[in-house]
Design a protein around this ligand. Structure first.
Ligand SMILES: Cc1cc2nc3c(=O)[nH]c(=O)nc-3n(C[C@H](O)[C@H](O)[C@H](O)COP(=O)(O)O)c2cc1C
Length: 368
């Protein structure tokens, strides 16, 4: 352990070592055709590797075509998607970062317009949407959203197989971490929460039943993913809604994930039901990662309004999370990590092409 700030200590998960504790949080770009990555994704994700982040995570990447949030989502449901993704992971690796992929199925929030479209809610089939949207139960997210159909046994098998095959493709594409998206009201989260899961079979009702699909997906992914590479799971630690999923259940779930060799729980919140009140503010989701880390004994990540280097440093130094994910701040400042290193007095390598712009630390200046 060097005397570098906590944010700049490496993090080892299985055989993968992140050079620091900064992750680029998954951010949908809604810029794909038929699920394919292109130059946009290369430049968008590549810039964060140049900017010094230890982990660069793709946006939610659909394991099945009907699991896309919008028709423009990134996907990995076919072998044809792999080549372009491999180009991106190659660039990220060449610049010292680890490439991760968030695997996702949007469940009842699928087939909707991307955020900057003029329309909202359900995309009709003649505009690229799809007829059937799937969920644990036939309950729409909101009035203008598609009415989903409840997944039957064959549908559940399609989901498990979708995640497993996507994992094999992710490996072929050169990713070194996978994150399962079980947050923000998408399919796996919908199964967890009693507000969206009203099933009466072995996938609904009790806590054990509601977590079953996620655990089966974890097993399918672990089977397909090399032993030496880590698996992350992003959860919404609470629905912020009466009668919904909450922090106590998240701790219980994290214990089960830890037993199943998941390497880190990424703690977000919300997204399951519209119209809830969330008391946001700097680091507002840190208490969840802190509690889960302490009580479930599993490494965690925190995300949400983490913007300042000293704030990020404190979260890691005080052991409230092992890793911090920054989303919007990375869009504002793609080179955030290089600047944070300067502010915290950590010595980090800059891309040699940018070396003339590197500011020296106060200490180094004095020595000159
Ligand atoms: C443009 C945009 C797209 C997002 N897409 C995803 C996504 O694909 N998967 C996900 O888990 N979260 C997604 N999020 C949520 C972020 O990963 C993050 O959890 C949230 O923005 C809070 O972090 P921040 O305050 O650092 O932005 C997205 C956020 C933004 C701003």
């Amino acid at each position: 352990m060097s005397d570098a700030p906590a944010l700049f200590q490496p993090l080892k998960l299985r055989d993968v070592t992140l050079k620091n504790r900064v992750g680029v949080s998954p951010m949908c770009q809604y810029s794909s055709r038929d699920g394919f990555a292109d130059d946009w994704h290369l430049v968008h994700l590549g810039q964060f590797a140049l900017g010094g982040a230890g982990l660069v995570m793709t946006e939610a990447t659909a394991v099945l075509p009907e699991g896309r949030i919008s028709p423009q989502d990134l996907g990995i449901w076919s072998d044809a998607h792999v080549a372009e993704l491999r180009r991106i992971t190659g660039f990220i690796r060449a610049h010292g970062a680890v490439a991760g992929i968030q695997l996702a199925h949007a469940g009842r929030k699928a087939s909707t317009y991307r955020p900057w479209a003029e329309e909202h809610g359900r995309v009709p089939p003649d505009e690229g949407g799809w007829e059937e949207v799937w969920a644990p139960s036939a309950l729409p997210f909101a009035e203008d959203y598609p009415r989903p159909r409840a997944l039957d046994e064959a549908g559940l098998e399609r989901v498990r197989t979708g995640f497993r095959e996507a994992t094999v493709r992710a490996r072929d594409a050169g990713f070194r971490m996978v994150e399962l998206h079980a947050a923000h009201g998408y399919l796996l989260h919908e199964f967890l929460s009693p507000l969206s899961n009203r099933r009466e079979d072995r996938y609904g009702g009790s806590f054990e039943n509601r977590v079953r699909l996620l655990l089966e997906v974890v097993d399918a992914v672990r089977y397909a993913w090399p032993d030496e590479l880590p698996i992350l799971v992003r959860i919404s630690a609470t629905d912020w809604a009466e009668g919904g999923w909450d922090a106590d259940q998240s701790v219980e779930l994290a214990r089960l994930l830890e037993e199943r060799d998941v390497d880190l729980v990424d703690c977000s919140s919300g997204g399951l039901v519209p119209g809830v009140t969330i008391a946001t503010g700097p680091g507002y989701q840190v208490p969840f990662s802190w509690r889960i880390r302490k009580e479930a004994g599993i490494p965690t990540a925190s995300v949400g309004m983490i913007t300042e280097p000293k704030q990020a440093e404190a979260i890691v130094a005080e052991k409230k999370a092992d890793l911090v994910f920054l989303a919007r701040e990375h869009l504002r400042h793609p080179h955030w990590t290089l600047q944070a290193a300067h502010e915290l007095g950590a010595e980090v390598a800059w891309p040699p092409q940018y070396a003339r712009a590197k500011r020296r630390h106060a200490r180094a200046k004095r020595r000159r």
